[in-house]
Design a protein around this ligand. Structure first.
Ligand SMILES: Cc1cc2nc3c(=O)[nH]c(=O)nc-3n(C[C@H](O)[C@H](O)[C@H](O)COP(=O)(O)O)c2cc1C
Length: 192
């Protein structure tokens, strides 16, 4: 196994007590030895993607996100489900990370996805949309386990802190282990 990996965690919610951001904090606490997880908190600072902006200087917030994704060994995305899809702020970030096509920051970058929602489906539909987008932009995604935290209003407190349970924590550990494996498979040859 590769040692000393860094994963960048993106939450698709800007909400201060977001369950998805809380889920990522729980993932941070479960990181195995040798894995550091940085929580990216700049999603709301990204300008709306507009092809005209690609002709001028790269916006600072975009440059920062792209650099952090490039420097990370892998990315973890926790997404809410909005209208059976993903929130616009997350789609906006993915649009920026998918350009310029072929040299984009998420190309060949291993990704793990998960999500939390108060519904019975726990973002299952939103995660399918996210997986389709990541497939289109050539980011390899952990296939299994699929972590859908349903009835999230019963599992997070008013501050968005995850109350924790054995089954979910075991799934989160398994997801991280699979991301480490995927990262090893996609490591640049000179890094092995
Ligand atoms: C615009 C909007 C659309 C939503 N659509 C769905 C949906 O399709 N499925 C679902 O399970 N929850 C839906 N929800 C509820 C969110 O899952 C819920 O607000 C969740 O807590 C958001 O995640 P967060 O806590 O990380 O902010 C929607 C919420 C909003 C604001």
């Amino acid at each position: 196994m590769t040692s000393d990996l860094t994963f960048l965690a993106l939450s698709g919610s800007l909400r201060s007590s977001s369950h998805n951001t809380g889920l990522l904090r729980a993932v941070q606490n479960l990181a195995p030895h040798g894995v550091a997880i940085d929580l990216y908190q700049g999603l709301g600072r990204l300008p709306f993607f507009n092809e005209d902006l690609e002709e001028g200087p790269e916006p600072a917030a975009v440059a920062d996100l792209r650099r952090r994704v490039r420097e990370a060994d892998g990315v973890i995305i926790a997404t809410p489900e909005y209208n059976s899809a993903i929130p616009g702020v997350l789609m906006n970030a993915l649009d920026w990370l998918s350009r310029p096509t072929g040299q984009h920051a998420l190309r060949h970058k291993p990704v793990a996805v998960l999500g939390a929602s108060p519904s019975q489906f726990g973002t299952a539909r939103g995660q399918l949309v996210l997986r389709q987008i990541l497939h289109r932009i050539q980011a390899p995604v952990v296939a299994h386990p699929e972590v859908t935290v349903f009835q999230s209003h019963r599992r997070f407190d008013a501050d968005g802190t995850f109350s924790g349970d054995d089954i979910t924590e075991s799934l989160l550990r398994a997801l991280l282990a699979e991301l480490v494996t995927l990262t090893d498979l996609h490591a640049p040859a000179d890094a092995i």
